[in-house]
Design a protein around this ligand. Structure first.
Ligand code: CTP
Length: 403
């Protein structure tokens, strides 16, 4: 999956001959799963029509503060557009527009939008070779970069003037590749090794029976997927679930019992930066596993249980630089129990689920959690989808490890 998937991309089109290539750009961005809106300078409309770009982007195209041609003219809010975007790509970016942007001269909707945008802004310059190397252009590039913007270098080749040199806009494919690479390199969990446990464990009684629980694994899988999307290299150690996961950055290790999970976790823990243990591990297992199926007899049957090893506590005891997160599922004295677990198991964060809350717990697609931090700060959340909860967990961890 592309890092552009789900991203809100605002494409700014200025009046250069390469504007005809913006149609390809819109298509490529949409193919990557991005949502695209287009804002144009008024003169750019002479190079490519708003109709083409709105058809391809499936969104209205904006080029002026009011839709003059429309008798119900309404004000196009540049602030809203600027804040909507996750990234702003100006392609083609003419010398004129870039110069005005570097000076803060806001005489059209596109530039006003640029001045309001808080997201990363990329420029794909397009101009003739002598314009491209003119000292004033170089000064503009420098200024824009000093403001934190990113310049996608122009390509070498035949130019609209018939001259050959550097100045033609990078090809749409190369622009998209540049964006993907740049975004990937800046992902907040880039290079981090993450360990997640998920799902239930099954503790065998005999060859056909086991003690298990209702955990679906959905929460842990959402945490793993979110981590991978944020750039982490993930080991997902999963008990038996019906869930599939297909992500090049996730190495899934299937286990069945608590002791198998213990072994698998300890194999990778020393190399781990962040570990989140969301699995519902059995606390007890049958003391012996019958070789043959236990036959039905008169009277009752007693199965002797013994404790499993507490995986989370064992990681807390071994902890060096890892950020260690546990889950707590409680039915009473939730906060008190969670705080005790946090301290006893030497955790950096505990995610508390209360079975008393509607929308929380096993099998559901939603969860309601409260974070308890190492400094005993309590942060409650609303009922959210498990994907949103996963993002809340990661946002908190990213903030903590960068503090
Ligand atoms: N956990 C674990 N190994 C176990 C049991 C639990 O790693 N053998 C982890 C779970 O993955 C979870 C956390 O411990 O992150 C808390 O699990 P929970 O069942 O709520 O608490 P317990 O410590 O088992 O205590 P109790 O059952 O008494 O509440």
């Amino acid at each position: 999956m592309s890092v552009l998937s789900g991203k809100k991309v605002l494409l700014g089109v200025t009046a250069g001959i390469a504007a005809y290539k913006s149609a390809f750009l819109v298509r490529l961005l949409i193919k990557k799963g991005a949502e695209v809106k287009v804002v144009m300078t008024p003169s750019a409309k002479e190079f490519v029509t708003p109709l083409t770009l709105s058809t391809l982007s499936k969104n209205e195209v904006f080029s002026s503060f009011t839709n003059e041609e429309d008798e119900n003219a309404q004000w196009n809010n540049h602030v809203e557009l600027g804040l909507w975007a996750d990234l702003f790509l100006v392609a083609p970016a003419t010398a004129n527009t870039m110069s005005k942007m570097s000076q803060g001269t806001s005489d059209n909707l596109l530039i006003a939008t640029y001045l309001s945008a808080k997201c990363p802004v990329y420029f794909a310059p397009a101009m003739d070779l002598d314009m491209y190397k003119h000292p004033s252009t170089l000064e503009t590039f420098q200024k824009l970069e000093d403001f934190g913007n990113i310049i996608i270098p122009a390509a070498h080749g035949e130019l609209a003037s018939g001259l050959v040199g550097k100045g033609r806009m990078a090809e749409p494919e190369d622009i998209v590749e540049f964006l993907e690479k740049d975004i990937s390199e800046k992902l907040p969990l880039k290079g981090k090794k993450v360990l997640i446990t998920a799902g239930p464990t099954y503790e065998p009684i005999d060859p056909v029976r086991f003690i298990g629980n209702h955990s679906s694994g959905k929460m842990g899988y959402a945490i793993a997927e979110t981590a991978a999307n944020l750039g982490a290299i993930v080991t997902l150690i999963s008990g038996p679930t019906s869930l599939e996961i297909n992500n090049a950055n996730i190495n899934k290790v299937n286990v069945t019992s608590a002791s198998e999970m213990y072994e698998a976790v300890h194999k990778v823990y020393s190399e781990t930066d962040i570990a989140i243990l969301s699995a519902a591990v059995a606390d007890y297992k049958p003391a012996t596993i019958a070789d043959q199926k236990i036959k039905k007899k008169e009277g009752s049957l007693t199965i002797q249980l013994e404790k499993t090893k507490d995986i989370l506590a064992s990681l807390g005891a071994e902890k060096k630089n890892q950020f260690l997160v546990g889950f707590a599922l409680e039915t009473e004295n939730e906060l008190e129990n969670a705080k005790t677990k946090l301290q006893k198991k030497n955790l950096d964060l505990i995610v508390l689920n209360s079975l008393n809350d509607k929308g929380a717990g096993f099998g559901t697609d939603t969860n309601k959690v409260t974070f308890v931090t190492a400094h005993n700060k309590v942060i409650p959340f609303e009922v959210k989808s498990k994907q949103e909860v996963a993002m809340d967990i990661w946002q908190h961890i990213i903030q903590e490890i960068n503090a």
